[in-house]
Design a protein. Sequence first.
Length: 615
Amino acid sequence: MIHDSPIAEPAERDRLQSRTQSPLHLPDDLRRNLDRWWLALVLVAWIAMSAWFVWDRWYGVRWLSLGDTDDNMRLMQVRAWLAGQDWYDLRQYRMNPPAGFDIHWSRVVDLPIAGLILFFRNFTSMSMAERLACGIAPLLPLGVALVALAATVRRLVGPLSWPVAILFLLMSATQTMLMFMPLRIDHHGWQLACLAVTVAGLCDPRQARGGTLVGLASIVSLAIGLEMLPYIAMAGAIITLRWVWDRREEHRLDTYAVSIGIGGAVAFAAFASTANWALRCDAFTPVWLAVVGAAGLALYLLAFLSPRSMIVRLALAVAAGATIVVGFAAFFPQCLGRPEQVSPELARTWLNNVREAKPLYAHPFRLAFPIATLPVIGLIGAIVGAWRARRTDMAVGWVAVALFTAFAALMLLWQTRAGPAAQLLAIPGATALLFIVLPWLLGHRLMPVRVLGTVGAVVILSGAFAGLAVKWFHIDPPSAAVRRVNAATGECMRTSRLLTLNRYPAATVFTFVDLGPRLITITHHNAIAGPYHRNGDAILDVQHAFSRSPEEARAIMKRHGATLLLLCPNMAESTIYRSRNPGGFYDRMAHGAKYDWLTPLPLPARSPYRLYRIS
């Protein structure tokens, strides 16, 4: 760990800042205004970006084109709450009725969506209010992330670096920006915003504010979901090691400890559903409440004691960490494995095959290359930034960014879902590299070097060249079969197509797992299963029905009370049943098999579906 107290020599600090903060020769008044009004200007940029994104994607907003299963289920959760379902009851009763199933989420993300719906309902219909809310809600965490990102690069790179950071985010962090796009109403955008606030707090020179920001951002993220748990643990370790190295960091440590301790208790009381009061491992349950409570108490005691010897401080920190780990293993041994705690069969047939859960190298090059490029550049930039700042009070901030970026890049080798976080964390390092080379480029005597070199540096250091190369040179294009499946899946999810199913009275429909959440969102029908691990038994039932004999399929449908069977040929999930289980029920149906217990029902011309009444 690098010393974080302001011990850098003034001459060294001024030299470093002059090299990284002043690549552009701007008028003094413009410079001062960009620095003085940076927060207002960032908010103006956010409003402009938000207006553009809503306008650009208005067609999808108008048709409520929620493409992801989680976005559909999030809207169903908000609808149920607004319709009178209890705040602490997150059971989805229209999935696998009549009992339904509990989902592991919380209502943290429901709040802004519901607030927007209630606001717009005063001026338009409930249906349009939902559409407007789904279009605008994902842009709210984008504003938080932009402010936090700008604050981080202003502290580490320079006061005028924030416009470059925002430009890089828009140009190359495509995976990150997808989480903030209209209609992406699930929780990922808010968790990325919490991660951005965490990094900004770690770089904050004001101890109390920095410790509080990191603690509160960590708790909000945990209350939303456990996806960012490794980053949260790393943030706590960095703050603790700062105190180990410099005893004067005790105020940052104690404010962080109080924030996670008290904040955890408040978050659990306010947002934990009744289903999450059990000792489960997949959400902010008493398991993780106990962990953050113990960590908060232990760290507060460390800050209170603050022995003078660094060796003693290190020993106390290690002892506290070891006690928490041993206690976790002793009291919650069920959480030492997969937090989802699914059966081996479900893990083998479903969870291990989720696309975003696969490592980056398992994806086609056209997808993997643009995702990985920016994190690699950002990691190099963070390492360079940490080396250049090694004798200044910015060193710890750069070390934190480098550790986070390296961890996220390594996570890509485990699961591709780390891509949005990896790209977001890479922005400060990429921005620093540009500010290192810009003075040389802009000061070059040759005009082509000044112009073309600057443009080239922006395109290369932002990582934008990766996406452009894949697009312009048609690198590793998708096969005809992949294009056909993607097109069919899109047709199966279209709002206008699904609405045609409402010509039949409301019923329980047996259909594909991935189609279930979209079906209950758009139509008045119920479904059996959605891709959620607490719905594991129903997922297996759907898989067994489509994979095994017609007789077994009929028995499973009867057990679930399904009266309609909905198929959508060539949808991605259907291809799995055909390839894995030739001769199974779905494979036979795809080849035109007929059964006396299935009566075909008419649908409009060009419908992508095949609908049957189950007798």
